[in-house]
Design a protein around this ligand. Sequence first.
Ligand code: 2Q2
Length: 322
Amino acid sequence: SLLMLVLVLAACGGDEGASGNSSETITWKLAHLSNEDHMWHKTAEKFAELVDEKTDGKLQIEIYPNEQLGSETEVLNGIEAGTVDMTISGETMQNWAPEAALLAVPYLFKNEEHVKKVVEGEIGKGIESAIKEKVGVTPLYYHLRAPRNLTSNKPIKSPADLEGFKMRVPNVPLFMDAWEAAGARPQVMGFSEVFTALQQGVIDGQENPVDLIHSASFYEVQDYVNKTQHVRSWIYVVVGNKQFNSLDEDMQKAVREAAKEAQKFGMELYQKETNEYKNMLKDEGMKFVDVDQEAFSEAMKPAVKKSLSEEQLALYEKIQNI
Ligand code: 2Q2
């Protein structure tokens, strides 16, 4: 009937991401690399729910896990192009904003409190503005991350064990330099390609926090979690500046409020789930190996210092002394 047709047309209209007419529904696509059980995804779902509530349904967030819309770098480019609107990204953004390298410098942060102090303090604010200006995305909330550990099929206790070791790193130049200096053979690869690459022996290992090791089922193709704990970091949930700025003031406020609540929700999940992931990996048969962290730190330090520019080093020292 004509009435049905009108209703269908009304329901389909305005999903192109442009605001303007206040009766239109806007849809943002949020693409990320973890699976549906992971805390990033669950927090994104919470965020979507809160945004729906606070905008009376006018802004909808559609979530695409598992790199369904491409690798982290592809999605960041997609945001610029307008084919994606949101993602979860951290040190990979150093390819646009050198300041983002400070999110994940090997052996820089002493502990979680240290990370938190930096993110939530003045240095964090400075990094956020650099990201906004140079990557073209606005950070909305962040996740604390468990330390990154190296996984493998033989115990790796010191840099000497890395000879000939082929490993994947994310698209993070600083990680390439650090692992090369430690004696490994690193290569850049998208997260969703890592499982198959491990399975087929293209690489011997990779490094990630326990939760992502679980998310990608690396326990099926890796036996050891070597407790290098080489990187403590955080990661931002971001939206394209264009997308965010196209919202009217009330909608922006609603998004900010939703982000604030999602932040809290994500932090609680992080506190609760990080230890559970360690146990789940053990249940899957992975063995945790104590390593000579001092030796890894010493091996990486010269490369880290060489890789960082003067401006980045100034920030590095500021963080060290906070
Ligand atoms: O290994 C990965 O791909 C993830 O842990 C993250 O994407 C990585 O930390 C960075 O690319 C974050 O910007």
